[in-house]
Write a protein that binds this ligand. Structure first.
Ligand SMILES: Cc1ncc(COP(=O)(O)O)c(C=O)c1O
Length: 424
């Protein structure tokens, strides 16, 4: 037997997380390597959401607000807090990642009077960059944005950050794990560099939460945002979360004054009194249907243990990199993720001049006996292979790489157009 296949089978046999795959809806003949974009559906979510719709909404109607819904966001926040190393009263769950980032950046820039510089990097997600650009254009007109240049869009040298942050820096905002290369920052180092200059850091945890060990409190992180639809398996467009360290909550003000951020929303007071806790960052009535779908995915992560998940992710990434080196590098692929294990999240990006068409051929194979393999594509030429330890097996990784090599050697990708689908 081929040594990689033999190794995959052995590693799967001894994998202590292997039974967690059964907690997700199975899609036969499909290898899903895009949990870094949209996590799989936990089986329990079907029952939980059906109960919310049929019983809580259908039968109990408005009474469900007091019976189940008013504390739902708080209950989910307590679960997320355990996953990201924070306290329950430091997490708010609701709205979207972009909106939460807007609220926290606005609040930070307003607090840091006299400081006029914002720092980010070219590894950051476009929405994060747009939010900063909008804030400068519309409100903080005397601020400037420094977008730090990474090495080949793969990793960032700590020296580059250290040289950039100064007493003029109001806020540094970065993705903990880059959506492109999977580069993983050392949170504590960056937080310390910022704090030495009396400046703040806002982390985007979207590509990290649920896949890597995050210690917001231990690393003395100021603020963070993140989505729940990737490794947290909360469902498409599920509500996001934000984190604000307890001791700075009272100094920060949500720019959007609304009734759910009020100290006592159900007093219907015509004047705004800001909530004194993390709830001040809320805006509106919580989206109960999508909020309710988040909990089962979080429970699975808590049961498996985030450290065990990260350990398996690292082991699988090393296995995957070895497969890529053996089978794909000779076919013209390059690895566009850090090779150093401690600098990587849970996906590996590879490039090829025909990446887009290869990606299409993986998703729509030439015949029905061939397994569908779903990664995703990011311009200009990245194929991202997402590892979700709760349901990715070593055999999945082996079969996916063999399939890519087959598509390239037989030129199967030539049957596909280079015209991009709307969502890639
Ligand atoms: C790192 C990162 N931040 C933010 C977002 C966008 O979040 P939202 O659509 O919830 O505003 C994404 C989406 O994939 C992302 O990957």
């Amino acid at each position: 037997m081929n040594i990689f296949l033999e190794k995959a089978l052995t590693l799967d046999k001894t994998d202590t997380l292997k039974s967690f795959k059964e907690k997700f809806v199975a899609a036969p003949s499909l290898i899903y390597l895009d949990g870094n974009s949209l996590g799989k559906l936990p089986i329990k979510t079907i029952e939980t959401t059906a109960n919310i719709i049929e019983k809580q909404w259908g039968n109990r109607l408005i009474r469900s607000w007091n019976e189940h819904w008013i504390d739902l966001s708080k209950n989910i926040a307590a679960k997320i807090a355990k996953i990201v190393g924070a306290q329950p009263d430091e997490i708010f769950v609701g709205d979207t990642t972009s909106l939460n980032l807007y609220k926290l950046l606005f609040a930070s820039l307003s607090l840091q009077k006299g400081k006029t510089e914002i720092i980010t990097d070219d590894l950051n997600f476009p929405t994060d960059l747009y939010i900063i650009q909008g804030l400068i254009k519309q409100q903080f007109k005397n601020h400037t944005l420094k977008v730090l240049e990474s090495a080949s869009e793969i990793f960032m040298d700590t020296n580059t950050i250290s040289e950039a942050i100064s007493k003029k820096t109001s806020v540094t905002t970065l993705s903990l794990v880059s959506y492109k290369s999977s580069f993983l920052y050392d949170m504590e180092t960056i937080n310390n560099l910022a704090h030495k200059n009396d400046s703040l850091v806002v982390w985007d945890l979207s590509h990290a939460a649920g896949a890597t060990t995050i210690k917001l409190n231990e690393t003395n992180s100021d603020m963070a945002v993140g989505c729940t639809y990737k490794y947290l398996n909360g469902g498409p467009g599920a509500p996001a979360f934000l984190y604000v360290r307890k001791d700075i909550q009272e100094k920060l003000t949500n720019p959007i004054w609304s009734w759910f951020a009020h100290e006592k929303p159900f007093d219907f007071n015509p004047n705004f009194i800001e909530n004194s806790g993390i709830q001040k960052f809320a805006v509106s009535t919580p989206s109960i249907l999508s909020l309710g779908a988040i909990a089962p995915g979080l429970d699975i992560i808590l049961e498996a243990g985030i450290t065990n998940i990260q350990t398996k992710s690292s082991k699988q990434s090393i296995f995957l990199i070895n497969l890529i080196k053996h089978y794909l590098i000779p076919l013209g692929f390059k690895i566009a993720s850090p090779l150093n294990d401690s600098q990587r999240g849970s996906h590996i990006s590879i490039t090829h001049c025909e990446s887009y068409r290869i990606n299409r051929a993986m998703i729509a194979p030439k015949n029905e006996n061939t397994k569908i393999v779903i990664p995703d594509f990011r311009p200009p030429n990245l194929i991202r292979i997402g590892i979700t330890p709760l349901y990715t097996s070593y055999l999945d990784l082996y079969e996916a790489i063999i399939r890519i090599s087959e598509i390239v050697t037989t030129k199967e990708y030539e049957k596909f157009s280079n015209e991009k689908l709307t969502v890639t």
